[in-house]
Every structure is written in C-alpha cells, then in structure tokens.
Design a protein around this ligand. Sequence first.
Ligand code: F3S
Length: 279
Amino acid sequence: MKVVRAAYAGACYGVQRALDLALKAVEDGGCAYTLGPLIHNPQVVAQLAECGVRAVDSVEDVAGAGTVVIRSHGVTPEVKRSVAACGLPLVDATCPHVARAQRAAADLAEQGRHVVVVGEAGHPEVEGLVACAREAGAPVSVVAGPDDLPETLEGPVGVVVQTTQTREALDAVVAALEERGVQLLVKNTICFATRQRQEAAAALAGEVDAMVVIGGRNSSNTTRLADICAAACSRTHHVESPDEIDPAWLAGCAVVGVTAGASTPEEQIEAVATLLEAL
Ligand code: F3S
C-alpha cells in the first residue's frame, strides 16, 4: 500500500512556538503552568507534564513557584489581568494570528458594530475573541453557520472568524448577512497555516482510496480536517495514535493519504505513516 502525505500537515508555527516557549520556561524557572492543556493533543500534553509543563484550570490552581504560560489559543483580557496580578513570571505564547483576530474583534466592537464570531462556541480561542469584543462594549454572537445567526442584529455588523475555521463556513455566514442587507465589515482572520492544511487535505483526499487524519479528538482544527477529508473520501478515519488503526479499514486500498492537525508533532505523523507502510 502506498502512503502519501499531504503537502502541508502537522504542527504549525504557532503551536511549535508555544511548545518552545513552555520548554524554555521550564529550563529557566524549573516549572511552567499552562492555563488549560498547552495544545489539544493528549499524548503531547502527557509528555510535557513529565518535562515539568503542567496544565492547570486557572491561575488560582498554580501551586508554588513557576512561570505561567498563556497557550497559543490566547485567553480573555480578564484572565490576562488575573495572571498579571498573581505576580508570577508570565510568558505569553498566544499565536500572533490569534492575537490579530483578538485585535480585529476589539476594533469592530469599537466601531459600534454587533460582532459576529464565526467559530465553535465554547472553544478557548472563541471565548477570547468574544471577551475582546465585549470589553469594547459590543453585542456579540457566536455562530457556527448561517442558521445560528440571531433574528435581529443591532446596528452595523462586523464579522471575525476563529483562525482554524474553513473558508466555506465564513462565506456561508457572510452570504446570509449580505442577503439581509445589513451594513457589513468582514475581517477574515483564518490563519495561513490552517488554509494551507485544509486545501492540501482536500486535494489529497480526492485522489486516494482512504485517508487517515491524525490529531487530538479535542482539537478543533484536526476535527475540521477530518470533516473536509470525509467530504471527499468516504473512507476517512481520525486517529490520535497508530495503535488505533484497524487494518480492516484499509482492506483493498492501493493508496492511503495521511494528514495531521496543527497540534500534531512530526513523531506522531511518522509513527502512523510507518505503520501504514508496513501493512
Ligand atoms: Fe496559530 Fe494558525 Fe497554528 S492560528 S496556532 S498558526 S493554526
């Protein structure tokens, strides 16, 4: 069986930067605390814990000395203030693309717009975007698609989008708003790495007999890659590690494609590709 890897797959710049900063914080200070798991990848989070990078729910859970690391998804302004107030050293590993989306949400709010965030309600990045817009005094709605739009929108509307969303999701919401004739300003804050991975996954899924998508099940961008692949290739499987692969999935396949979410390290991709090649 031939194994073909997507042209762009795996750990993105923002995730790699957050990992490097957290490990450097351990080197410098002996211990680092991340507010929530550093990345949505349970295997990597377990390895990090062994190295001294511990995930806590909030700054109140930090026990003893250490550096607090804000993960690539970013946090709400309120959480940032609480970290600053606790007096511990702080490393802000918010991905620059997420920081850009946060600024866009605040700008739209400051212009007096009803801010529509296209994204996954409850996702930490989306919570940060919502909080940035609310702090600037705007009404905010989080929508996954046009059906989630509220019946009435107050005043002009500004649209911002979770960095890992698909272009299709954004376009569908924008089209629905345009149909309503609202005064609209759209900030496309989907990050380049996401776009590259989604386009490469879609292209590959259309050419292979089966697709394996690697990454945390709690990873929003990996789940989206799996959805994109499933739309083009019905034999798409989302796994976190090689031991989940059932050879029966690939019966009769001549070519299998592999892609991975932005929080999947190279070793996990290699491990899956090696196993597939051996089948
Ligand atoms: Fe940043 Fe995009 Fe990765 S927002 S964390 S470079 S998926």
